[in-house]
Design a protein around this ligand. Structure first.
Ligand SMILES: NC(=O)c1ccc[n+]([C@@H]2O[C@H](COP(=O)([O-])OP(=O)(O)OC[C@H]3O[C@@H](n4cnc5c(N)ncnc54)[C@H](OP(=O)(O)O)[C@@H]3O)[C@@H](O)[C@H]2O)c1
Length: 326
C-alpha cells in the first residue's frame, strides 16, 4: 500500500482526499518509481481545486512533477536505484502523477537526476524552474545579452518568475521585476537580484500600439494586458519569451511591435520539451541557480497541506516554490 492524494469528481466538483492505494492500482508504464518529492505548480493548483479543466480522467493522482528512485524498470535505460526526475508529459493530468509515494511511468518521460543536483533541489526547481530556464535560454538564443539593456520578468514572485529573475541576474542582466505584491515581495525579489521593482497596476492600463522602448527582453508568465504592454515597450529587435497565463490567456495587442520594431514573440513550452533540451536546461540550472535561491524562495510542505496551498496558488498568493515531501 502507498499514500496518495486522489482527485475525484462529484456533481462536477473536484474533491481531493488522501488515500491508501494498492500498487496494483497504478496505471500502465514500464518504470515504477518511489517518489521522494513532488512540487506545486500553477497547473497543479488548477487541477486540485478544479478551477481549470486540467484533469482528463478521474480518479487522478495530481502532480506534474516528481523526483525519486527507480524501484523496477522494464526499460534498459533505467535500473533499480537510479535517481530520476519527471516534469510534464501530461502526468498529473491524464496519467497519475507525483503526489503519491509511488508512480508508474513511461521511461521516455524521465530524465536522470542531473549531476550535482540533490533530489530536494530538483523539486524546488520543478516544472516552474525548468520553464524559467527555457525562457531565459530562448532570450539568449535570440541574441539578447546583458549589454543590450534591461530585461523584465512578469509575475516575478511566482515559481517561474522568481527563477527567471535569479537566473537573469546571475547571467549579468539588469533585471526589473513586475509584481502585484511590491511591499510583500519587493525585498525578496531584490535579494534574488532584481534592480527594479515595478507594480503590476502600471502594466494594467491598456497598452498603446507602441510605447517608449525600455526592455531588451522579457520573460512573461502572465499573458493578457501585461504581455501586451510589455510587447509595446520592447526595444528594436528585442524578444519576449511567453510561457504563462496567470493574468489571462488573451492577448490584446497589435502587430506594430512586430512589424515596426522587429520584436520577436517566443513561445515556451516545458511539457513536451524534447529530452536533449531538457537535459541541457537541467545542467544549466545546476550551474546557474545559486544556493541562495533555494534558501530564500522555497519551502517544503506535507501532502496534508497541499489542498490549502493549491487554493492559494490559484489566487496568486504563493511566493517562490513549494515542494511536497512524500
Ligand atoms: N508553458 C509552460 O510550459 C509552462 C510551465 C510552467 C508554468 N506555466 C505557466 O506560467 C504561469 C506561472 O506559473 P507558476 O507555476 O510560476 O505560477 P505561480 O507561482 O502562481 O506564479 C504566477 C505569478 O503571476 C502573478 N499573478 C498571479 N495572478 C495574476 C493576475 N491575475 N494578473 C497578473 N499577475 C498575476 C503572481 O506574481 P506577482 O504576485 O509577483 O505579481 C504569481 O505569483 C502559469 O500561467 C503557468 O500555467 C507554463
Amino acid at each position: 500500500m502507498f499514500k496518495a492524494l486522489v482527485l475525484e469528481q462529484q456533481d462536477n466538483r473536484t474533491l481531493s482526499s488522501i488515500q491508501q492505494l494498492d500498487e496494483s492500482q497504478l496505471p500502465e508504464g514500464n518504470v515504477t518509481v518511489k517518489v521522494d518529492y513532488s512540487s506545486l505548480n500553477y497547473k497543479d493548483g488548477l487541477a486540485i481545486t478544479g478551477k481549470g479543466k486540467i484533469v482528463r480522467n478521474f480518479p487522478m493522482v495530481p502532480g506534474i512533477d516528481l523526483v525519486g528512485e527507480v524501484l523496477e524498470s522494464a526499460d534498459e535505460r533505467y535500473q533499480a536505484g537510479d535517481k530520476v526526475v519527471l516534469t510534464g508529459w501530461g502526468v498529473g493530468e491524464g496519467h497519475w502523477g507525483g503526489m503519491a509515494e509511488k508512480a508508474r511511468l513511461n521511461a521516455d518521460w524521465l530524465v536522470p537526476l542531473a549531476e550535482g543536483l540533490s533530489k530536494e533541489n530538483a523539486m524546488m526547481i520543478g516544472t516552474a524552474g525548468l520553464t524559467g530556464m527555457l525562457c531565459v535560454q530562448a532570450l539568449l538564443d535570440a541574441g539578447i545579452a546583458p549589454d543590450r539593456g534591461p530585461v523584465l520578468v512578469t509575475g516575478a514572485s511566482g515559481g517561474v518568475g522568481s527563477v527567471a529573475v535569479t537566473l537573469l541576474a546571475k547571467l549579468g542582466f539588469e533585471v526589473a521585476a513586475l509584481t502585484g505584491r511590491v511591499e510583500e515581495n519587493g525585498p525578496l525579489l531584490e535579494a534574488l537580484g532584481a534592480k527594479q521593482i515595478i507594480a503590476r497596476e502600471v502594466f494594467e492600463e491598456p497598452a498603446r500600439a507602441l510605447e517608449k522602448q525600455i526592455w531588451a527582453g522579457v520573460v512573461d508568465t502572465v499573458g493578457s494586458k501585461v504581455l501586451a504592454k510589455a510587447l509595446a515597450q520592447v526595444d528594436y529587435d528585442g524578444a519576449v519569451a511567453a510561457c504563462g497565463l496567470a493574468g489571462g490567456f488573451d492577448l490584446p495587442t497589435t502587430v506594430m511591435p512586430f512589424i515596426l520594431r522587429g520584436v520577436k514573440l517566443l513561445g515556451v513550452d516545458s511539457v513536451m520539451c524534447p529530452f536533449e533540451k531538457r537535459q541541457q536546461a537541467w545542467a544549466k540550472l545546476v550551474e546557474l541557480l545559486p544556493a541562495s535561491y533555494y534558501e530564500q524562495a522555497c519551502r517544503t510542505v506535507a501532502l496534508e497541506d497541499v489542498a490549502e496551498c493549491a487554493e492559494a496558488i490559484t489566487k496568486g498568493q504563493v511566493t517562490g516554490r513549494v515542494m511536497i515531501k512524500l
